[in-house]
Design a protein around this ligand. Sequence first.
Ligand SMILES: [Zn+2]
Length: 347
Amino acid sequence: MALNENLEKLSNACGVTGREEEVRNLLIKLMKPYADEITVDKLENVIAVKKGKKSKPKVMLAAHMDEVGLMVKTITKEGFIQFAKMGGIDDRILLAQKVTVHTQKGPLQGIIGSKPPHIQKEEERKKVVTYDQLFMDIGAENRKDAEKMGVKVGDPVSFDVKYAKIGKDVVTGKAFDDRVGCAVMIEVLKQVGSTDCTIYAVGTVQEEVGLRGAATATFGIDPDIGIALDVTVAGDVPGVKEFDTSLKMGQGPALTVTDSGLITPPKILRMLLDTAEENKIAYQLETGLPGTTDAARMSLTRQGVPSGTISIATRYIHSPVGMLSLKDAANTAKLTVAAIQKIQIHF
Ligand SMILES: [Zn+2]
């Protein structure tokens, strides 16, 4: 299966933080042909192992399965759903979105509504409508009806957006953060061939709420090196200064020098840079962004794990729909494979 097809399946699947089951099942199916062994740990990270010729070094790849989304908080007596946010979502992008409420009885469609602007006072219209003033409308007659449809407090809610290819290499879709990392990880397992080192390809849970899955997975695996495959902010849109971020969609994998949780060890950064240059893969460097990735958690596990991040510069992350270049995703896989081959020499 090609990267594009895998990304489509992964993007359309739902895995709101803490409810990653659908993505996990899909990832198990997609990684199976290329893994010697697949296990699920107690926090429900999925770990695919590709055994090397020697047992060491152990390389851990991490791509998180979860996506930012919403959760049913209260059902009003009129049958509207009020919600909590799962992960970092800007309130301004919620209004009028189509959503899917994932109930035990199956998915329900809904839209996010608010008090109509026509009857808002002028002062009100100037303010951001915060999420606690918004609600989901699933067309229920009242609370009883909503419950009969299957809605329960705690049900996860995802954005109702389908994957689409809109340019030669450009695609749009939901949850590219971090389904593209998952798709790249599958690609790495597929392309890597036989190596001396043993590879642990991990689909982590609950990254968006504090890199939680990476904590238990890294402790269990006890790797010698960690590489997170994730997305980062593409700044190539109007209104963004180069100082804020110089990363551009379609200009190659981004290597993290520093972010808010990680200072990439020089040895790891050097290895990734040399690998990119030797293989003539265009890359970008990023530093000083406020976010972080699973690499931050990997690096602080046990006595420390030298870790780095390879990212795909993606537009509009943490909104209902993102945009990225498939070329960047393919080159991220290529760079990761080449780096793994180099690890055997360096570590
Ligand atoms: Zn991410």
